[in-house]
Design a protein around this ligand. Structure first.
Ligand SMILES: C[S@@+](CC[C@H](N)C(=O)[O-])C[C@H]1O[C@@H](n2cnc3c(N)ncnc32)[C@H](O)[C@@H]1O
Length: 225
């Protein structure tokens, strides 16, 4: 049952019958999470644009934000024409393009949403490049649709296959079968989030809080490392 909030109301208008509509469980959480940032001149990056519905959603929800959308497909016709919105064309794990996204935004991001390939290796590479220096301290990094790791039809990211290991730099592969795909990535990030207690300091991924909900994960970057 949808809780009424501006994001679900906007989604009803903007997505129409688009099958990639963000579920209400995401939008209800984002409503709580993003409300304090609504009227600030933040920078937001979304990996995965598709027909442009979510970029239009963020443009309307954050009236002062600079918004960048990246996709391997061409810019959709419905992409906002506002000067606050920018499109980057290409692969989500190209470090060159991720740096281009930072450049067109004018600096590091405050919110990054990965709604792109939903494959662990791409998601891990994007995270590894963006989280440390391209997300502001206190910033929010969201990884959507982590349950692709449990479904067939997503190639080597799917559980029934023997996928290549995604490995974040410096992580031991203790339980290989548990460290693959989207869920494997989230498990590795959980280990990083415990580093201040376990090892006395943050790792290269200073994760202050990791929240895992049904099918998506929210990572808060530490304000100070
Ligand atoms: C779920 S859709 C994005 C939906 C959009 N965020 C929304 O809510 O309207 C995923 C998008 O990711 C793009 N994509 C998939 N794999 C990609 C990759 N490796 N690099 C860049 N884009 C990719 C697809 O072209 C598709 O448009």
């Amino acid at each position: 049952m949808a809780e009424p909030n501006l994001l679900t109301e906007l989604a009803a208008t903007l997505y129409g019958t688009d099958p990639y509509r963000k579920p209400d469980i995401y939008l209800n959480e984002y409503g709580r999470l993003f409300e304090p940032l609504r009227s600030l001149p933040i920078r937001l990056l979304e990996l995965g644009v598709h027909r442009g519905a979510s970029i239009n959603l963020w443009e309307r929800y954050f009236p002062l934000a600079t918004i960048v959308g990246l996709d391997g497909e061409a810019k959709p016709v419905s992409f906002p024409t506002s000067e606050r919105c920018h499109f980057v064309h290409g692969a989500q794990d190209s470090v060159h393009l991720l740096d281009q996204a930072v450049a067109v935004a004018g600096g590091p991001f405050d919110i990054i949403i990965d709604d792109c390939s939903h494959l662990g290796c791409h998601t891990a590479r994007s995270f590894a490049h963006l989280f440390k220096n391209r997300l502001n301290p206190g910033g929010i990094y969201i990884i959507e649709d982590i349950c692709t790791a449990f479904t067939s039809g997503h190639g080597w990211d799917a559980a029934p296959f023997d996928p290549p290991q995604i490995g974040l730099p410096g992580m031991l592969q203790v339980f290989p079968s548990h460290q693959n795909g989207m869920i494997g990535l989230i498990k590795q990030l959980l280990d990083h989030s415990q580093a201040p207690t376990a090892a006395g300091a943050y790792t290269e991924y200073p994760i202050e809080r990791l929240t895992v909900l049904t099918n998506f994960a929210i990572l808060h970057k530490a304000k100070r490392t």
